[in-house]
Design a protein around this ligand. Structure first.
Ligand code: TXA
Ligand code: MG
Length: 318
């Protein structure tokens, strides 16, 4: 199949493909999404096939306004509206009770649905043209770094999906914060651009963070957490001090091609900046240019960014 490259001015073309049950990638402010119409089961199944995504990992429903909420969710707790009022549209995903009309393939059999209203205008315009919520995981082959640019989407899906909307690079660069509001709890399932502190300030109460310990045997509240994510082929090593990183670099095999991600100069060796909106691009570049190792130096500022630290640790397989 030829993947149509759709200009933002021709958004109706992308909406038509989605309404015909096809899969179309589109830009959001966090990362690119791989979209399908929420009520077209075959299209949703196609997303799982194209990504090689395990069927027990549920998808996020993207909405353009709160009017479409009643089509997909029920018994919505008050705290949802408090958070939505403050953070929608934006990089926050809220998990609430699902309506049974939503195909169970969307939420991998769970009785909840993850909902997000992107702040990216093209994404919202597209959803509006479709007329119903659009489900979209990050547009990457399962387990690989997410896509923040059209070229990343084409590298993974050219010839495998019906179309891609030609947007600009995602300006946030890591995925949304996922918060579960199920069973009267408020729990962060995946850290992201919106921090625990921001959520607590908005709500005026503590918000917990779900951290599965090693012996946790029960079903995970967010199934995506059990899979290895955001991993390049290169071996990723993390350092919290420049001295240790330099030592490791000097001890290393000189025949290795090493990429250095650091916000401070790294001796006289070329390094790339470690920022939220360039991280995935460098992981992908490392694969393209056959780097064998990536040394990541996490300064204090990086360590304070829980969303970015989570992605860095996962890329290292931690
Ligand atoms: O920023 C984002 O969230 C991007 C853009 C495209 O919107 N999307 C994204 O989707 O990151 P994905 O599929 O790569 O990650 C969705 C995460 C997974 O960890 C999944 O397990 C979790 O959300 N999730 C989805 N539905 C859930 C549910 N009903 N209950 C708990 N976790 C859920
Ligand atoms: Mg993903």
């Amino acid at each position: 199949m030829e993947t149509q490259k759709i200009d933002v001015k021709d958004l109706q073309k992308a909406a038509d493909l989605l309404l015909q049950g096809k899969v179309v990638a589109f830009p959001t402010e966090t990362v690119y999404g791989l979209g399908a119409c929420i009520f077209l089961e075959g299209a949703v199944e196609e997303i799982f096939r194209a990504k090689g995504r395990p069927s027990d990992n549920p998808l996020i429903a993207h909405i353009c306004d709160l009017n479409s909420l009643d089509q997909i969710a029920q018994d919505i707790p008050d705290v949802f509206y408090k958070l939505a009022d403050f953070f929608f549209p934006g990089p926050l995903t809220l998990v609430i009770p699902k309506r049974k009309e939503v195909p169970s393939v969307v939420s991998a059999g769970l009785d909840s649905i993850a909902v997000r209203m992107p702040s990216h205008k093209t994404a919202r315009d597209l959803i509006r043209l479709v007329g119903s919520p659009v489900v979209a995981p990050s547009a990457n082959i399962s387990g690989r770094p997410s896509s923040t640019q059209v070229s990343h989407v084409l590298d993974d899906f050219s010839g495998k999906i019906a179309g891609v909307v030609l947007g600009e690079a995602s300006n946030i660069g890591i995925e949304s914060t996922v918060v579960s509001l199920m069973n009267g709890k408020i729990e962060i399932l995946r850290p992201g651009a919106i921090s625990q502190e921001e959520l607590e300030t908005c709500l005026g109460q503590k918000v917990s963070v779900f951290t599965p310990d090693k012996d946790f045997l029960g079903p995970l509240p967010s199934p995506g957490m059990k899979y290895r994510h955001y991993a390049p082929h290169a071996k990723v090593q993390l350092f919290f001090s420049m001295e240790k990183a330099i030592k490791a670099y000097k001890k290393g095999d000189l025949y290795h091609k090493v990429m250095i991600l650091s916000n401070q100069p790294f001796e006289k060796v070329e390094s790339f900046p470690l920022t939220m909106n360039s991280f995935y691009s460098y992981l992908r570049l490392a694969d393209k240019d056959n780097y064998q190792e990536i040394l990541i130096i996490c300064d204090e500022e990086t360590q304070g960014n829980k969303g970015l630290m989570n992605r860095i640790e996962k890329s290292a397989g931690l």
